[in-house]
Design a protein around this ligand. Structure first.
Ligand code: HSE
Length: 441
């Protein structure tokens, strides 16, 4: 029986998940690949030993030096699961230069330095697998690369960060304060090493950038799109959202307008009967609209040891099958052939139009409501409803407004003007509202 040998760098949550999957599913994978997929070497700078069932009496060796993996001519596939930019990037490039296929779950790296890695892989004629970089255990990369290949992707929308969704869900359903829920999410092992990435939408933006390249065949520069996180969302916003018939979700949204493409990540008020409003806890969901297929929703666990381990194993299997059939790069890593990945303009955020929710922090005194609504009116922003909370004895009170569809540019100018008024005690919280008909678009 042919053996496909794996070198694994990083034996943390996902690395140990991969080792477990390869161990538990060995027989099944053999029947599906026609070869034995064997973990041969593991590099990790923290571990002193591997669990007995993984080490298999020394058949799988542990080292602190990743170079031993690159130097081993028997290793076919190098799996990088350490995360971060360096040394992960150098490790992948060295593995590629040594003629190894590579698999990674590293969305931060791919969304910022993907081009260098994919070009190096193309020159070396090796494959790059990255299913686990987006959506954990959900086969979203494969869906775009293969299942939806016959479609022009018209739009993509999703909940792409389990930690943020877990926090918002717990705040919504149990009124638990933000900081407490974050600690809980970290303990459960799905938060990033730096939780700012999860909370401030950066991890979601990394994932959206990867999906855009795959869906539209374009390089994406993260600097070109708006990224806002959930750290300014307070329980009061969640309560108002409920009153208006919405749930707050951290969404990644992209629409294909042909010459230009929308791309944004921000907390969004989602109508409560929308599918995405009902994706809760650490679950992720990806909503695609293709011109042939219509709407597709993929749902599952976007993080965690075994789901993400299963996605990494799927990449290993894809490459192993290509090795077995001599069909390396049968499916281009990014879905498009490299020569057809061409730049496109990102729609300037100022051109966006949608309904908005504003929470002003204002002094409770006569004329405040008319001053604020007057400024909005002057900028062509029309109000749908207003709630002013009287909290006697408190200097500052929340005043909440929901608008009809308005222009982002006008909203930005109006809020800048309002926030400078003496009657405003804090920066206004602005949450975009997802239009009612988006599920069908
Ligand atoms: N930190 C990410 C999340 C998991 O919470 O979804 C890996 O992408």
């Amino acid at each position: 029986m042919t053996e496909i040998k794996i070198g694994l760098i990083g034996f943390g949550t996902v690395g140990s998940g991969l080792a477990q999957v390869l161990h538990d599913q060995a027989g099944r994978l053999e029947k599906r690949v026609g070869a034995e997929i064997r973990l041969k070497r593991v590099a990790d700078i923290v571990r002193d030993s591997l669990p007995d069932h993984i080490a298999q009496g020394g058949k799988v060796t542990l080292t602190r030096n990743a170079e031993e993996i690159f130097a081993d001519p028997e290793i076919d596939i190098v799996v990088e699961l350490i995360g971060g930019i360096e040394p992960a990037k150098s490790f992948l490039l060295k593995a590629i230069a040594s003629g190894k296929h590579v698999v990674t779950a590293n969305k931060a790296l791919l969304s910022q330095h993907g081009r260098e890695i994919f070009e190096a892989a193309a020159r070396a004629n090796v494959e790059v697998g990255f299913e686990a970089s987006v959506g954990g255990g959900i086969p979203v990369i494969k869906a775009l690369k293969e299942g939806l290949v016959a479609n022009r992707i018209i739009s993509m929308m999703g909940i792409m960060n389990g930690t943020a969704n877990y926090i918002l869900t717990r705040m919504t359903d149990h009124g638990v304060p933000f900081a407490e829920v974050l600690k809980d999410a970290q303990a459960k092992g799905f938060a990033e090493a730096d939780p700012t990435y999860d909370i401030e939408g950066i991890d979601t933006a990394h994932k959206l950038a990867i999906l855009m390249t795959m869906a539209y065949g374009m390089p994406v520069n993260l600097r070109d799109f708006t990224v806002e996180g959930i750290s300014r969302i307070e329980p009061i916003d969640i309560d108002f959202a409920r009153e208006f018939g919405y749930r707050i979700k951290l969404l990644a949204i992209s629409r294909n307008h042909g010459e230009h493409v929308e791309a944004r990540v921000h907390p969004t008020m989602v109508p409560e009967n929308h599918l995405l409003a009902n994706i809760n806890g650490a679950y992720n969901a990806f909503h695609f609209t293709g011109d042939m297929v219509g709407n597709v929703l993929l749902y599952g666990l976007g993080a965690g040891m075994m789901p993400t381990g299963s996605a990494v194993a799927a990449d290993v299997v894809d490459i192993a099958r290509d090795i077995m059939t001599g069909a390396i790069n049968r499916v281009p890593s990014l879905g498009y052939l490299p020569a057809h990945i061409t730049p496109r303009r990102i729609t300037p955020m100022a051109e966006l139009r949608c309904p908005y929710y504003f929470r002003f922090s204002v002094l409770d005194k006569p004329g405040v409501l008319s001053t604020v609504s007057g400024i909005l009116g002057r900028h062509g922003i029309s109000l749908e409803s207003v709630i002013q909370m009287g909290q006697r004895k408190k200097e500052s009170v929340p005043m909440v407004m929901r608008t009809h569809e308005a222009a982002e540019e006008a909203v930005q100018v109006a809020l800048a003007e309002i926030d400078q008024l003496d009657i405003c005690t804090d920066k206004t919280v602005k949450i975009r509202i997802l239009a009612e008909n988006t599920q069908e678009s």
